[in-house]
Design a protein around this ligand. Sequence first.
Ligand SMILES: Nc1ncnc2c1ncn2[C@@H]1O[C@H](COP(=O)(O)OP(=O)(O)OP(=O)(O)O)[C@@H](O)[C@H]1O
Ligand SMILES: [Mg+2]
Length: 357
Amino acid sequence: MFGLGKTKTIVGLDIGSYAIKAVELKIKEKGESVQYEVQKIGYEPLPHDAIVEGTIIDSTAVSETIKLLFENAKITNKDVAISISCNSVIIKKISLPSMDPQELRESIIWEAKHNIPYPYEETNVDYWEIKSSRPADNMVDILLVAAKKDKIANYSNAVSMARKNLVAIEVDIFSLINAFEINYPELFKEKTVALINMGANITNVGIVEKGTPQLFRDLSLGGYFFTENIRKELNVSFEEAEAALKGIPGKSLNADQFAAVLTMNIRDLLDEMEKTFSFYEAGERRERRIDQIFLSGGLALIPNIVNAFELKFRIKTELFNPFRSIKYDPKKFDSIYFNEMAPVFGVAVGLSTRKVE
Ligand SMILES: Nc1ncnc2c1ncn2[C@@H]1O[C@H](COP(=O)(O)OP(=O)(O)OP(=O)(O)O)[C@@H](O)[C@H]1O
Ligand SMILES: [Mg+2]
């Protein structure tokens, strides 16, 4: 009552090049345990070419789509957190003695000035504390994240044009890892998992070993390239190609030809993934093995993709469900968000768990 003791919520806004997704969670803390419940959720496609290679080209289209999304999903909270690709930032792992938060902040600024190859004034710096750090030797491992200010301005501009307050910026793959941690806490702590978010233009890959992120990559791969290849090879429109990719082939579509193009695209995707996995496995002398793969993003929704991963890598693979440990009222929302489309909301869920002061 009177707002006392209420945790401030933020809207996790995943501005993808294909669609914008938003999730707002209610967060209830009870001692050590935290319970999350969906307050609002929304999804709105973006026009093609509004965002190209991680840069917003048409900020009006993006801001209008954000406005529409908030209207349709009846979101009234204006405080949003967004994320950017890890190709737009520099990430450095540093170790510091444990200290109080204020001192930590100052040390991090000092480290950033000495570790980041851009002038400090031109960058925004944030950090991510690795929770499973080393309590034994009283050190904490920190991932220092620095983004060029112009990159951030490109996104924050579209957000302010939509009349929203930007309260936090994160890196896509970190948000996905956050969402994984709250939904699969036992696997997060005990296993080595590969989290893969396959969007339209970018595929985020993160390998997390017992709670510690060991590798993160953003690859220039995604459904857009699939659609383009289908369009060219089968001589159909972009819309027809896209419908076929989503499993709704038009009558005139040559089914055999389509299957051949799709198989080829999936093979290329798996080959790229294999390179990333080998990079991780070859990273250190001790044996490294991925126990499980979790697929998310729009491209994870195409038929048989989970099977294709299992066949190629012989590693247990499943779709990532970012609502696995989150409550929601089925009467309030379209159930498609929590079923068929759930894997698309990983980043938005992770963003909405960000705490703001
Ligand atoms: N059933 C589906 N629903 C939505 N998208 C699908 C579906 N099946 C395949 N896709 C493809 O998934 C891609 C969109 O995925 P997603 O929404 O995760 O991308 P994004 O986050 O907007 O893009 P990016 O992060 O790469 O900029 C598109 O290429 C789309 O064609
Ligand atoms: Mg995306």
